[in-house]
Design a protein around this ligand. Structure first.
Ligand code: ATR
Length: 267
């Protein structure tokens, strides 16, 4: 029987995940079916249960269900526990649900793909929401020199820095605490969605620094439009999307697909 997978979201029509996983399956000679399912806002658990009853083996989870997915799991990976959110569901033995979070690792792998040095780098992370929470453990595991987290609501950045302080040198605060320049500036806010720019100083980029937006769109985000003329090299979140998908595919199928053909396809 064909093994079924899907992405749950609301809305989900725009999701690139079905295309990405179809390409991974083709490339690795796996026979799977992967669809996009718009789960009802008030019953994610029911949507997952029905999917499993219908033969579903695993799923990706996107906005706004990552916390609901976290809540329904029987077992959670370390990184999902740290993130407080699940983007990958797996049906395990006895029908138990295992949850993992591959988003942060996806970003770290995308940085590696583009040969962005993380080890010993000075990194600024802008934002302190769910996306950033999922990123910090994989990022700190790469041994950067220091990670500074800044956020509009300073208390949330301070809380994150306290939560992750055991994993490396990390500080948190409001934008007014920003000083010095960084080798890598990651925009993890959803400000791009509303066309807003986080209030960063003009000299935030060190020489040959990278600007990374966890969002992607067909046009460069306002953050990348701002960073380009200030000398930064630019990356958007499309590579992260492909890499987190590859990591999920690996968890389900135990084969690691090549990501470059899918990157080419999506560009
Ligand atoms: P996500 O799951 O995408 O991380 P989230 O948890 O709602 O979403 O977090 C959104 C992040 O973007 C937060 O850091 C938020 O700042 P606040 O904590 O102060 O709300 C940030 N953000 C959203 N819109 C912003 C804007 N216009 N300017 C600056 N920061 C913004």
């Amino acid at each position: 029987m064909t093994q079924r997978y899907c992405v749950f979201g609301h809305p989900v029509g725009h999701s690139k995940s079905p295309l990405i996983h179809a390409e991974f399956a083709h490339q690795t000679h796996q026979t799977i079916e992967y669809s996009a399912i718009e789960a009802p806002l008030d019953d994610f658990a029911g949507a997952w249960r029905r999917f499993v009853e219908g033969g579903g083996r695993g799923a990706n989870v996107t906005v706004p269900f990552k916390q609901e997915a976290f809540a329904l799991c029987d077992t959670l990976s370390h990184r999902a526990l740290r993130a407080g959110a699940v983007n990958t569901l797996i049906v395990g033995g006895n029908g138990r649900t295992y949850g993992d979070n591959t988003d942060g690792m996806g970003l770290v792998r995308d940085l590696a793909y583009h040969r962005v040095a993380v080890k010993d780098a000075r990194i600024l992370v802008v934002g302190a929401g769910g996306a950033v929470r999922g990123l910090l453990e994989p990022l700190l595991n790469e041994a950067p020199a220091a990670v500074a987290v800044v956020n509009r609501t300073a208390a949330k950045a301070e809380a994150l820095a306290a939560d992750f302080s055991g994993l490396g040198l990390i500080t948190g605060g409001g934008f007014e605490t920003l000083a010095g320049s960084y080798d890598l500036v990651i925009n993890g806010t959803s400000a791009s969605l509303s066309g807003d720019l986080p209030p960063l100083p003009d000299d935030v980029f060190a020489k040959r620094a990278w600007a990374y937006d966890m969002m992607y769109s067909s046009e460069p985000t306002v953050f990348l439009q701002w960073a380009g003329p200030r000398g930064a090299r630019l990356l958007d979140g499309l590579g992260m999307l492909v890499e987190q998908a590859a990591e999920s595919f690996f968890l389900w199928r135990n084969v690691r697909p090549e990501t470059s053909p899918v990157r080419d396809l999506l560009r």
